[in-house]
Design a protein around this ligand. Structure first.
Ligand SMILES: [Zn+2]
Ligand SMILES: [Zn+2]
Length: 174
């Protein structure tokens, strides 16, 4: 969704819109409902509002689809990118890192909205808090019950070591 900055009225504008958001590449698109206010202060533009979206994720343990509702507020300040180049050696303070830039008199909030949603989504989503995951041996969803495989929990950091041990065992046999 884009606006011409020069079209933003002095009193600001209020918009309610649906924006497709692809939170993770290849994960599919969900629709974000955005309530937005945009104000212009000279060249500076401030966009604030709320985003609500139900993000389609997959459980990080059993890979089942998980719907994760997100509702978050945002407030973002935009300055003209053209001015950034002119300023000599701009020192980046923490405050300035939160700034966004617009160019060609055009405000585009899509990337900012995507980032807001991404920040609200867990890195390792779970279908239930104690999801038992998938048996590494037979692939059975362990939430449906145990599979009877002899489960030897191998610490992934030690996996190369256990492979090495097996190799030595095989060598001993031949
Ligand atoms: Zn799960
Ligand atoms: Zn199994």
């Amino acid at each position: 969704m884009r606006w011409k900055i020069s079209d933003i009225p002095d009193g600001g504008l209020t918009e309610e819109l649906d924006l497709p958001v692809e939170v993770r590449e290849g994960a599919g698109t969900d629709i974000a409902h955005v309530f937005l206010r945009v104000f212009r202060f000279g060249k500076k533009v401030v966009a604030d509002g709320t985003v609500s979206i139900t993000v389609s994720l997959n459980c990080s343990r059993c890979l089942k689809p998980v719907s994760y509702p997100v509702e978050t507020k945002f407030s973002e300040e935009y300055n003209p990118a053209e001015d950034l180049d002119k300023e000599e050696e701009q020192e980046l303070t923490d405050r300035e890192l939160d700034l966004s830039y617009y160019s060609n008199d055009e405000l585009d909030i899509s990337e900012m909205i995507r980032e807001q949603v991404l920040l609200s989504v867990p890195m390792k989503p779970l279908c239930v808090a104690d999801c038992k995951g998938i048996c590494p041996a037979c692939g059975r969803d362990l939430n449906d019950g145990a599979c009877g495989c002899k489960t030897e929990e191998v610490d992934p950091r030690l996996a190369p070591l256990s492979k090495f041990k097996e190799l030595m065992k095989d060598r001993g046999r031949s």
